[in-house]
Design a protein around this ligand. Structure first.
Ligand code: ATP
Ligand code: MG
Length: 138
């Protein structure tokens, strides 16, 4: 089933000029990039994006980090895009990520972990709509 997911190249990776290498890996894995832009989130915008994590102990630190510099947001399309992108990213904690995954290669810590991916169809729809209008995806 062809599906879309939201990917973010997080501020830690953009700052270290890893955007091009990560996009190269995305395309080599067979995703179509349906939309893409650079965005510097405000703290409030980062909080809105991570609303589901509001009660988690790392919420303040995470939203601080996500608003600390520009990120690149993308809509990726592929067969089973949600699980396929999460597999390419690897585990949240780079210490647990498998060899060959983006987080194993590029993440600095469990928080500064280079990339984001939606975790279910409902969250993908919310997250894509958070950054892109329907006209951007036509
Ligand atoms: P993402 O949602 O970014 O794709 P994920 O689904 O693997 O990552 P979540 O549990 O949704 O992980 O956590 C969202 C983000 O919060 C993580 O990507 C990471 O940046 C940060 N995070 C998660 N757990 C921790 C933690 N224990 N300490 C600090 N930051 C954390
Ligand atoms: Mg998540």
């Amino acid at each position: 089933m062809i599906q879309r997911t939201l990917a973010i190249i997080k501020p830690d990776a953009v700052e270290r000029r890893l955007t091009g290498r990560i996009i190269e890996r995305i395309e080599a894995a067979g995703f179509q990039i349906r939309a893409m832009r650079r965005v510097h989130l405000s703290k409030g915008e980062a909080e809105g994006f991570y609303e589901v994590h509001r009660s988690r102990p790392f919420f303040g630190s995470l939203t601080q980090f996500m608003s600390s510099g520009p990120a690149v947001v993308l809509v990726l399309e592929a067969d089973q895009a949600i699980t396929k992108w999460r597999a390419l990213m690897g585990a949240t904690d780079p210490a647990e990520a498998e060899a060959g995954t983006l987080r194993k290669e590029f993440a600095q810590s469990i928080e500064r972990n280079a990339t984001h991916g939606s975790d279910a169809p409902e969250t993908a729809a919310y997250e894509i709509g958070y950054f892109f209008a329907g006209v951007d995806l036509a």
